[in-house]
Every structure is written in structure tokens, then in C-alpha cells.
Design a protein around this ligand. Structure first.
Ligand code: ATP
Ligand code: MG
Length: 567
């Protein structure tokens, strides 16, 4: 994956190139992807992964570390770490032997804190959390010094040691940087560096009862790993002075450059681990890997390939301003990939029985069907045809409206790869009046789908042979939210959950070539969309198909409209 960098470099790549030219970091490029293991990765993380691993790969000798930012013992779990590793690998990136944990640096971080205290740059503050907040002031008003700000170095050292030794309760003291309570930047008003949390950590056990705060641990972890460019999202721009302050006060040789970029937002979804966790916990979805989730495991189960996600991330690029990317663009990349690579098959989702009256009962035949018109090398397959078939209920109308060209009483249509058939009778349920069967005739001279007498039909529909087809479950997935921005105007995202985001059909019929289809395999169901075999709930006897995406590409339409409006 060492594609040459695109000719017009984005602002981050341009900065890296400039630093290489000026030898700012001794000609090195070291980046990192630093997830907090408190949830599964989502497509926003993919943007960061592609950026960090991508920049490392594009520069000779460049490397990218995977670092778990596991400084909060309360929310983190080993399950999340495993899922994160799996997802980064699946996306196609390799951290080789550079897997790190912020928690591995706890000893070192503690020593650094002691140094800051000794320098008079940090103090133990015993205000309550609420008082700390009140003393901090607001954007328009300066803060007030904590009464504990003037504690002596000795007292601070003793108290900090006591915090570490478990002598004090959670919340009774914190260690704060001594910077400037009047700073216009709130992050610089004596930010907390350490807090007491008397809870075990999943990696360090009960060794630590104090835990470092994000800004402090992050800058130092970056420095300890010799990171050259620390890429993060825009909300950390205001934290950069603190990032630099920590490294400068400790006089560290390795001083990474923090560079911020806009986070990825996508329409019709939420991208925040906290909110995704709520969806899982409250049962709105079946789990982190529910195919409606924007998590990488959800997208994978939905039928996305790593290439689709990488291409998408490459196309959106990096910017300095927050934008919302249309989910239609992501789906455009998805369709493009699936169109090229998915074999076509026939599947009937809502079956209607059709009897071909003039087709002999004991006869059957194999008809030739093209596997992928986009890919001649994909060849063809045989599809069995017989007297009793299924077609899609919606391909028949007893009373067809204008422009409905599919099957109707007395009308002839083409069965894909097969024959012209004509509907001669309609059988209804006596009680409900529902159409339960169509009686048709076929024209043997139209084998393969064209008529020797030049007769035309206006529609081609798909079908399966009743006796040969397999009954399967199909899950029709749609967007999880009905609103483009589920949180518009501060709304609760739960209020715009799409009640029809999953429709499960259990009596679908697919052609027999799908027998034994492997979990994860992808197909185009002709005229319906792209589907893949669910990797969780399928069994060899009973495969379950997930609808990845429908066939229609609304993005192509949007682009066309945009182009026209530009003209
Ligand atoms: P969330 O808000 O979903 O919990 P986070 O930023 O807290 O995300 P981290 O585990 O801290 O999650 O993120 C790891 C890396 O991924 C960070 O460098 C972060 O900036 C980046 N990242 C997270 N969300 C996005 C996003 N939507 N777009 C781009 N990068 C992101
Ligand atoms: Mg975070």
C-alpha cells in the first residue's frame, strides 16, 4: 500500500514534506493511531487510521504505532482492544512490533509529574471538583487561584506520594499544572494532570490508584515513542498549548508536532463511541457489529470491503473545517466496488408462485446465465428452469397502473435468461382474495430471451425454479436514522431512529448456485441490490443474507445535479 502521494498534497502531508526537507525531526516520520479502548472503532476512526498509517507508508522509513490510550480504568475493556486490533488489520494496516499502551508509561509519567512538582510547576489541589470548576472562570471572566496553589514543593511531593499510596479518597485531591488562571485559554488555567481513582486497571491491576489525564498522558506518550507528527481532530486545537507546555517544561528532546484536522461526520448517522454504546446497551441494535452500525465491524458484516473504506477516506481527504459528508458518497464507493466484483444471481424476496401450463410436468432444463456483465472473466453458470417458478410479488399487478410494464393478466414479459411468458389466469385465495398463483404459458421459441418473430416485450423480470431454489432468510437493512442530522438543534438521536431500518424476510427463494455460500461472500441479487452472507447468524444449512445496499446510486444523481447547477 505504498501508492505514491497524490500530486497536490493536503496540508498535513505538505507539513510532513516540509519537515523532511528542513530535517526538523532528523528525517524521520513517526505517526501513531491512539484509540481509547472504550468501544469499537467507527468509520471516523478509519479516516484517522488511513491518514496516520498512510503518511507513514508514503515516506521512506516512516512508521506508524498503534497505541492504546488506556488511561481511564473505568471504561476500558480487553474486548475492545481485541476488536480494535482486528479492525485495523482488516483495513489493511500493520503496526508490526509497535503495539504500545499508555499504561506502560505510568511509572515514567509519575516521575515526570514529580519533576514538575520539584520545578514548582505542579501542585496538589484539594478543592472539590465543583469548586475547581467554579474557580476556573468562564470564557469572558478570568479564573481565581486555588488556595492550595502556594503549597510548598515538599508538601506537594508528600501529598502526591500519599495520593499514589492510596491514603486519600477519590476526589479529595488532584495534581494540577501551575500555569495561569487568567489565561484566555481555559485549558491553561491550571489543568488537572492526575486524579485519584481507586479502581483496578485491566492491565496494571491495582498497582495504580491515581491516573493521568488525557492531555498530560498523550503528549508524553507521543514524546516517549518519538512521534514526529501527532495528528488529532480539531477539538484538540485549544489543547495544543498544554501539549507543548508539558513537553517544554520537562525539557524533552523529542517534541512532536501536533496537527489538527476535521473529524469525519456522515449524514444519517452518529459517530461517537459513547452514543454508539448507548445504541448497543439500549437494544436499538443487536450489538457493536450490527450491520446498521457505522462501526468497522458493522460495516464489514454489512458487506463493505476494506478497499471501499480506504478509497472513501482517500477521496474525502483531510481538511481544517468540519463538514458533513453525505452517506451517499460512501455508498457510491460501495456500489462501484460491488458492481465490479459481485457475481449476479437471481433471488426472489417475496415469492409469488407461477405455473407454466404448457411446460411439461416432468421436464426441466439448465439455462445459461452470465455471472457478471462487468467482468467477462467471471464466466457463466447454469440456472435450472421448470414448470413451477417463483417471481417477485411486486412484479405482478392485476390492475396495472400506467407505466407498469411488468406482468399483468394477458401481458407477456421476459423471464431473465429464459423465455417469454404470458399470464393467462390468476388464482386467488377464496377467503382473502389475495393472489396466490399465476397461470402462465411460455413460448418455447423465445429460449434465451428473444423472439425469432421480432416480437418485443417491455419488461424482464427475475425468477427461480420452485423445486430447485433454496429457502433463505434475508435481512433488508436501511439507514438507522431518518434524519440527515439526527442531533439537529440538540435533538436526542433516539427520536429519529428509523423504525424500518431492518425488515426480516424469512421465505425468500434463491437460485441453487448459492448452496454452500460462504459467510462474507457478496452477490448482486439481480434487480434488488447487493447482498452478503451474514457471518454471525448463518449456518451451512440456513444461510442468512444481509442487504448491503440497493442498486440505485443517489450519489451519481447528486453529482449530476451539482454539475448542472454549476453550468
Ligand atoms: P469518539 O468521540 O467516537 O469516542 P474519540 O476521538 O474519543 O472518538 P479515540 O479512541 O480517542 O476516540 O480516537 C482515536 C483517534 O481517532 C483519535 O486520534 C481521534 O482524533 C480519531 N478520531 C475519532 N473520531 C474521529 C472522526 N470522526 N474522524 C476522524 N478521526 C477521528
Ligand atoms: Mg477520546
Amino acid at each position: 500500500m505504498s501508492d505514491p502521494p497524490s500530486p497536490s498534497l493536503d496540508f498535513i502531508r505538505a507539513k510532513v514534506a516540509e519537515d523532511l526537507k528542513t530535517n526538523k525531526h532528523q528525517g524521520r516520520v513517526v505517526t501513531r493511531f491512539p484509540p481509547e479502548p472504550n468501544g469499537y472503532l467507527h468509520i471516523g476512526h478509519a479516516k484517522s487510521i488511513c491518514l496516520n498509517f498512510g503518511i507513514a507508508a508514503e515516506n521512506e522509513g516512516g512508521v506508524c504505532n498503534l497505541r492504546f490510550d488506556d488511561t481511564n480504568p473505568i471504561k476500558e475493556e480487553a474486548e475492545y482492544e481485541e476488536s480494535i486490533k482486528r479492525d485495523v488489520r482488516w483495513l489493511g494496516f500493520d503496526w508490526e512490533d509497535r503495539l504500545f499502551y499508555a499504561s506502560d508509561y505510568f511509572d515514567q509519567l509519575y516521575q515526570y509529574a514529580v519533576q514538575l512538582i520539584q520545578k514548582g510547576k505542579a501542585y496538589v489541589c484539594s478543592l472539590s471538583a465543583q469548586d475547581i470548576r467554579e474557580y476556573r472562570g468562564t470564557l469572558s471572566e478570568p479564573g481565581k487561584d486555588s488556595p492550595y496553589r502556594t503549597r510548598s514543593v515538599e508538601e506537594n511531593l508528600k501529598l502526591f506520594e500519599g495520593m499514589r499510596a492510596g491514603e486519600f479518597e477519590d476526589g479529595s485531591h488532584v495534581l494540577r499544572a501551575k500555569i495561569d488562571m487568567a489565561s484566555p485559554n481555559l485549558n491553561m488555567r491550571d489543568p488537572t494532570l492526575y486524579r485519584i481513582r481507586q479502581v483496578p486497571h485491566h492491565r496494571t491491576g491495582d498497582k495504580w490508584l491515581i491516573y493521568p489525564m488525557y492531555d498530560y498522558a498523550h503528549s508524553l506518550s507521543d514524546s516517549l515513542e518519538g512521534i514526529t507528527h501527532s495528528l488529532c481532530t480539531l477539538e484538540f486545537e485549544d489543547h495544543r498549548p498544554l501539549y507543548d507546555w508539558v513537553l517544554d517544561e520537562l525539557n524533552l528532546d523529542s517534541h512532536p508536532q501536533q496537527i489538527e484536522f476535521a473529524r469525519l461526520n456522515i449524514s444519517y448517522t452518529v459517530l461517537s463511541k459513547r452514543k454508539l454504546l448507548e445504541l448497543v446497551k439500549e437494544g436499538h441494535v443487536s450489538g457493536w457489529d450490527d450491520p446498521r452500525m457505522p462501526t468497522l465491524s458493522g460495516l464489514r458484516r454489512r458487506g463493505y470491503t476494506p478497499e471501499v473504506i480506504r478509497n472513501f477516506c482517500e477521496q474525502i481527504g483531510v481538511a481544517k473545517r468540519d463538514t458533513v459528508i453525505s452517506v451517499a458518497l460512501l455508498e457510491h464507493h460501495l456500489r462501484d466496488d460491488l458492481n465490479r466484483h459481485s457475481p449476479r444471481v437471481m433471488a426472489v424476496l417475496r415469492p409469488l408462485r407461477v405455473v407454466i401450463e404448457n411446460y411439461p410436468e416432468d421436464q426441466e432444463e439448465e439455462l445459461e446465465a452470465v455471472n457478471n456483465p462487468e467482468d467477462p472473466a467471471a464466466g457463466s453458470r447454469k440456472v435450472p428452469f421448470s414448470r413451477v417458478l417463483y417471481i417477485e410479488q411486486e412484479d405482478f399487478r392485476e390492475d396495472p397502473p400506467k407505466k407498469f410494464y411488468r406482468l399483468a393478466p394477458g401481458r407477456e414479459v421476459r423471464l431473465r435468461y429464459a423465455y417469454f411468458v404470458k399470464c393467462v389466469d390468476v388464482v386467488k385465495d377464496e377467503k382473502t382474495g389475495e393472489v396466490v398463483e399465476l397461470r402462465c404459458t411460455y413460448d418455447p421459441a423465445t429460449k434465451g430471451g428473444s423472439s425469432p418473430d421480432g416480437r418485443k416485450v417491455k419488461a424482464t423480470i427475475h425468477w427461480v425454479s420452485a423445486a430447485h431454489s433454496l429457502q433463505v432468510e434475508v435481512r433488508l437493512y436501511d439507514r438507522l436514522f431518518v434524519k440527515e442530522n439526527p442531533e439537529e438543534g440538540g435533538a436526542d438521536f433516539r427520536d429519529s431512529l428509523n423504525p424500518d431500518s431492518l425488515v426480516t424476510l424469512t421465505s425468500c427463494r434463491v437460485e441453487p448456485s448459492l448452496k454452500g455460500a460462504q459467510p462474507g461472500s457478496r452477490y448482486q441479487f439481480e434487480r434488488q441490490g447487493y447482498f452478503c452472507v451474514d457471518s454471525v447468524d448463518s449456518t451451512p444449512e440456513a444461510p442468512v443474507f444481509n442487504r448491503t445496499v440497493t442498486l440505485r446510486d443517489s450519489w451519481a444523481k447528486i453529482e449530476k445535479q451539482n454539475q448542472q447547477s454549476k453550468k
